[in-house]
Design a protein. Structure first.
Length: 313
């Protein structure tokens, strides 16, 4: 089954970071050339809970052998399953029709970007794309929440408040949008993303003291086990997407570095006069700057041989 190059979801050797990198490349180029990059990030309602089975089977017949389609049709048309947990219910099987026209997709996370020297031109082109997408989703009975979608204007220039509508519903305009776990602010300086990571780290550390009693000075765990908890639970919060947000300003990177310093001092119960670099050396953990270099080099080598030309460029 062939998939569209712009659809990175459910594809071999495609990651969320690859797709976010595509989006940030478009935005970065617009910022460098002092263009307007108008973007909309769509929210698909219950993408994995409700699928129009008839339309889904039509799409499958375009790609799969008849015998496979007949098997899937018998499963989808004559059976109903329901999961019940307390007061929450969900229908299964969870399928998703992922054939749509977008600039960037990962499963149901959809981003549409339009770039131009003129904001009105970029917005008009974006509105035309939104209209086409809405017509397509209505045809295939896919619901998009216009009020939960986000409209962001990426530019270094002065902007006007030009609305984007989805089925006559105003898409809220904000200074930042979250796409595949990355917060993309209007100037792409990663300030908002870094601060969100700091909040997540603090919540993970302090909520009901779930970790402090394990890694704090009164814990009976060895330092090696405390280090393991940090590396497996806390560290992945900020290393996700570090290949991209690693280009943030030193002041923003220092925010995450301070979070790591505090965590390592808590784990080791280090004296206040002991240097942070010495603690990193003893714990055999790289600094944030060293992690950025390592992840960036690995990501660059990976993209050079990527199977998808859209990821390479």
């Amino acid at each position: 089954m062939e998939e569209a190059d712009h659809q990175f979801g459910f594809s071999n050797k495609h990651s969320t970071i690859d797709q976010v990198h595509r989006v940030t490349n478009v935005i970065s180029k617009a910022l460098e050339e002092k263009d307007y990059c108008c973007g909309v990030f769509l929210d698909v309602a219950q993408a994995f809970d409700k699928v129009w089975h008839k339309g889904f089977l039509i799409k499958l017949r375009e790609q799969l052998p008849h015998t496979w389609c007949a098997l899937l049709e018998s499963y989808l048309t004559v059976r109903q399953f329901r999961v019940i947990h307390e007061e929450a219910t969900a229908d299964i099987p969870n399928n998703y029709n992922n054939d749509t026209i977008t600039i960037a997709m990962f499963a149901d996370d959809t981003a549409i970007l339009s770039t131009s020297k003129n904001q009105l031109t970029a917005t008009d082109n974006l509105q035309a794309s939104i209209n086409n997408i809405f017509a397509w989703t209505r045809r295939w009975k896919i619901k998009i929440n216009g009020d939960k979608s986000v409209h962001v204007n990426y530019t270094l220039r002065k902007t006007e408040n030009i609305p984007i509508l989805l089925n006559q519903t105003l898409i809220p305009q904000k200074d930042s949008a979250e796409y595949l776990g990355m917060h993309l602010d209007s100037r792409l300086n990663w300030k908002h993303h870094v601060r969100q990571k700091k909040i997540q780290i603090k919540e993970k550390n302090t909520k009901a003291l779930l970790l402090y009693w394990l890694v704090g000075p009164h814990s009976e765990l060895t330092i090696e086990n405390k280090r393991l908890l940090y590396v497996t639970i806390i560290k992945p919060i900020w290393t996700y997407g570090i290949q991209l947000w690693g280009c943030a300003s030193n002041s923003n990177i220092d925010i995450i570095q301070r979070c790591q310093n505090i965590a390592l001092r808590t784990i080791t119960a280090a004296y206040r006069f002991k240097r942070n670099d010495a603690i990193h050396h003893d714990m055999m953990l790289p600094t944030i700057a060293e992690e950025i270099q390592k992840f960036a080099r690995k990501h660059e080598r990976r993209l050079e041989d990527h199977i998808n030309p859209m990821a390479r460029h």
